[in-house]
Design a protein around this ligand. Structure first.
Ligand SMILES: [Zn+2]
Length: 131
């Protein structure tokens, strides 16, 4: 569900970087996340939720790589907002503001519904049992 949109975010985001910040690249850092990995991130303080969009495959994190091939770790770098702005234009949710008020600058998630709405929909539309 999210993958075709994410591919478009990467392609259009890269085109925007090429125009505004030549030589910089956008790459995927993480998409689907297991419960085990989410629990590790929670314990490390990297996330504030036990169940999130990544575990449904409906979110992706990205990295900006500078023209020298170095990972840009500063989320305030304007190149993050360039790619995030493309994601928002494509209907994704960006920026997501974390509960302590800081934007999750490298995170893009599906737009158009809340995670609770999606979980409710999934309960009402269970997958058929395997034969
Ligand atoms: Zn994320």
């Amino acid at each position: 569900m999210f993958q075709p949109i994410w591919r478009r975010v990467l392609a259009d985001g890269q085109a925007a970087l090429d125009a505004q910040h030549p030589g910089s690249k956008v790459v995927t850092a993480e998409t689907f996340r297991s419960q085990e990995d989410q629990d590790k991130d929670l314990a490390a303080g990297l996330t504030l939720v036990r169940i999130g969009w990544h575990q449904y495959g409906l979110a992706a994190d990205f990295r900006i790589i500078d023209p020298l091939g170095v990972y840009v770790e500063d989320g305030a770098d304007p190149r993050y907002a360039v790619v995030g702005g493309i994601a928002a234009k494509l209907g994704c949710h960006y920026p997501v503001i974390l509960s302590h008020g800081r934007p999750d600058y490298d995170h893009v998630q599906m737009g158009g519904f809340t995670l609770v709405q999606y979980q409710t929909w999934l309960k009402a539309h269970p997958l058929p049992e395997a034969a």
